[in-house]
Design a protein around this ligand. Structure first.
Ligand code: RIB
Ligand code: CA
Length: 323
């Protein structure tokens, strides 16, 4: 049975890789893509999602434009990381038209009311928070939320303690986690503790390109800027590709392990955006999250390359030397 999903994202380089993977996994049925302000302003995110869909020959998938700014904070993009165009300054040609009449928030509500599905949240949670404010009842039918965001013990990537998606709109993240607690649902938190282990290295990229020139050239075009950023700021050779791990985990839970806990998100002060995970139960609150803390990078790349390139593990015989 295919798992139906709305992908809420801010493409964004790793969001784009996540969309490529999701569209290559037969277990996943992407009902629609909703764009939120995050890595790039929402119009740019819309343009980039269409570029990825064109590359994947999937312009049948609808893309909806969402919130242009966080609930309360000033909007701060991550174009320093993803490039001015949001795709590593690859400046790929635009895909004209294709604009939906429905807003992202209305689409999320309508879809949740029409069919059982999940949400893959790969950007700030502003669209989800607005949808919950407008129609909390619609979320009773929600299967689950898998969120790339937050961190448990890993350090932050845009403040000492905060991960970008939850830092960009901490009020939205806090609101969604609290509402999920009230609905008795769990947010699967794919945070920096696991995503930092997923590094696309030059060798892995070269292998991808050797196996499939078209996909390899596209991934190379949008990640070269990201490689430079990672060398400068995280002093690693390669780039951490956060969002695709959330997609892979959504389809295959064996890829990550963790624990259930109550999680809250700090909305102000020096730790704004920090995901506060109550592992020991001090706050005596029922769990509202599954906090993923362990993953296997080699298994992830078997999934990523295997599905994107339609190759078996046997075909990917060099992967275990490259991870
Ligand atoms: O902190 C990493 C997350 O923030 C990723 O989803 C990246 O695309 C940005 O949205
Ligand atoms: Ca993202």
């Amino acid at each position: 049975m295919r798992k139906k999903v709305i992908i809420d994202c801010d493409p964004g380089i790793d969001d784009s890789l996540a969309l490529m993977l999701a569209l290559s996994m037969e277990e996943i049925e992407v009902l629609g893509i909703t764009i939120v302000c995050g890595n790039v302003p929402v119009e740019l995110g819309f343009a980039n999602a269409k570029k990825v869909l064109r590359h994947m020959n999937r312009l049948d998938i609808p893309v909806y434009i969402g919130e242009t700014r966080p609930l309360r904070r000033e909007y701060v993009s991550a174009q320093d990381t993803h490039g001015e165009d949001g795709l590593g300054e690859s400046f790929l040609p635009d895909v004209p038209g294709y604009r939906q009449k429905l807003s992202a928030v209305s689409y999320i509500i309508r879809t949740l009311r029409e069919e059982r599905c999940s949400v893959l949240a790969l950007g700030p949670m502003t669209n989800l928070a607005r949808a919950l404010m407008a129609d909390e009842e619609a979320f009773a039918c929600l299967d689950e939320i898998v969120s790339m965001g937050g961190n448990f013990k890993s350090h932050g990537n845009c403040s000492p303690v905060a991960e970008y998606n939850y830092w960009c709109d901490p009020d939205a993240a806090a609101f969604v986690y609290e509402k999920m607690a009230g609905l008795g649902k769990l947010v699967h938190m794919i945070g920096l503790d696991v995503t930092r282990k997923i590094v696309l290295t030059p060798n892995l990229l070269s292998y991808l390109r050797r196996l499939d020139e078209r996909h390899g050239a596209f991934v190379e075009a949008i990640t070269k800027f990201y490689f430079d950023f990672h060398w400068e700021w995280e002093h690693i050779i390669g780039c951490v590709i956060n969002d695709p791990l959330a997609v892979a985990y959504f389809a295959d839970r064996s890829l990550c392990s963790g624990f259930a806990a109550y999680t809250a998100v700090e909305t102000g002060g020096v730790s704004m955006g920090q995901s506060v995970v109550d592992q020991m139960g001090f706050l005596k609150r029922e769990p509202n999250s599954i906090v993923l803390t362990e993953t296997n990078a080699l298994e992830f790349f078997y999934t990523f390359f295997g599905r994107l390139l339609h190759r078996s593990r046997e075909d990917l015989d060099l992967l275990d030397q490259l991870c």
